[in-house]
Design a protein around this ligand. Structure first.
Ligand SMILES: Nc1ncnc2c1ncn2[C@@H]1O[C@H](COP(=O)(O)OP(=O)(O)O)[C@@H](O)[C@H]1O
Ligand SMILES: [Mg+2]
Length: 355
């Protein structure tokens, strides 16, 4: 599965021209502000996965001063289907002129995106570790994304109740089955990541182990019981903080290297390599469960990696049969079989094929 060509109209700073893509690795190079991340974002949107979550609203997508509030993205995938997405307040999607939902499209084009923040997945905030597990599960469990957003809506509602000093028991009861289901799924997702990670030992020098830490819970193994008991324990605390502290929205993934906490046990370079191994493990997990290799989007992929780290990274990337889009602001001299697209001022000015 991959893109043959795309064209973005009125999309941020990207010029409305056809961009042609290589089935393997497409490396986008160019200075800061050239539009590399915008191109990755366009590919994410035209695959049904939405913006890259840089805290922007759809209304900030159309080109500034164009006077229009809409952007249009068109692309052809290798099955020759034509995808069209109109970005207005929400996304309107057509495949071969038939209207489809974003979730239909996501099943057609599995995709995993890794932003520069994800590179600090080991030492960064728990949100980036949850994001990894959620992306993986959204690709292998059809109802996962929907149920997660239902759960999040419930948590927002509960936060509102707590803020007003109202009892939140009604919301808690509605959240219980969702929270328990999400915990079960995430435990399976973390298990799958661990198994795939074991096969990537050339990237990870130490024995890396992962386990899910349930948010504000962990009193017993049974998910339903754990949620109820933990809520009971922390009810007063939640009321005092005016914020829900029990549930999957506060989950984390504990990562250890040879039994010690990875964030302190590993050097900076090794933490980045482990982060990359985790991304590849997610991609391999999706392949194993669904038989499809996801398209990979990797932003600022080489930052802070030394020569050896880059070599290992690109060897691993190229050994997969996925289409890859990677962006880097650094000048690039690696002789790897890929197409290097030079991006300047919102347009690809040159595409050079390395053999
Ligand atoms: N809605 C928009 N309309 C026009 N230009 C935009 C819009 N949103 C962002 N930009 C421009 O896009 C550029 C950032 O592009 P980006 O893809 O993040 O660059 P990089 O190559 O560093 O990844 C900035 O120069 C910014 O001014
Ligand atoms: Mg960028």
């Amino acid at each position: 599965m991959g893109f043959v060509r795309v064209r973005f109209n009125n999309f941020k700073n990207i010029e409305p021209r056809e961009m042609r893509w290589f089935p393997g690795l497409n490396l986008l190079t160019g200075g800061n502000g050239a539009g590399k991340t915008n191109i990755l974002e366009g590919i994410s949107i035209i695959s049904g996965w939405g913006t890259l979550g840089r805290g922007e609203k759809n209304s900030s997508i159309p080109t500034w001063e164009s006077g229009s509030s809409e952007a249009q993205l068109t692309g052809e995938i290798d099955s020759e289907e034509i995808i069209k997405v109109k970005v207005a307040k929400r996304f309107f999607i057509k495949v071969d002129d038939k209207t489809v939902t974003a979730s239909d499209l996501r099943w057609k084009i599995p995709l995993l995106s890794f932003l520069s923040d994800d590179m600090s997945i080991i030492e960064g905030s728990s949100a980036s570790r949850r994001r990894l597990v959620d992306m993986l599960l959204a690709l292998i469990v059809p109802s996962y994304a929907f149920r997660l957003s239902e759960y999040r809506r419930g948590v927002r509602q509960k936060a509102l109740f707590l803020k007003k000093g109202l009892p939140s028991m009604v919301v808690d009861r509605a959240l219980l089955p969702l929270a328990a289901w999400l915990w079960r799924m995430r435990e399976e997702g973390v298990g799958l990541l661990s198994q795939e990670l074991e096969k990537l030992s050339e990237l990870t020098p130490a024995r890396i182990e992962l386990s899910l830490k349930r948010g504000g819970a962990g009193l017993c193994a049974d998910c339903e019981e754990d949620y109820s008991r933990s809520l009971f324990c922390y009810r007063e605390r939640e009321a005092a903080l005016k914020f829900p502290i029990v549930g999957p929205h506060r989950d984390d993934v504990a990562i250890t290297a040879d039994g010690r906490q990875a964030s302190s046990a590993l050097s900076r370079g090794l933490r980045r390599r482990t982060a990359i191994a985790l991304m590849l493990a997610a991609s391999d997990g999706v392949k194993r469960k669904t038989g499809k290799s996801p398209v990979l989007l990797l932003d600022e992929v080489t930052a802070e990696l030394d020569g050896e780290g880059r070599k290992i990274l690109f060897d691993s990337l190229l050994s997969r049969d996925s289409q890859l889009f990677a962006a880097t602001a650094e000048p690039f001299r690696l002789e790897i079989p890929c197409v290097v697209h030079k991006v300047e001022g919102g347009r690809i000015v040159e595409s050079r094929q390395n053999k």
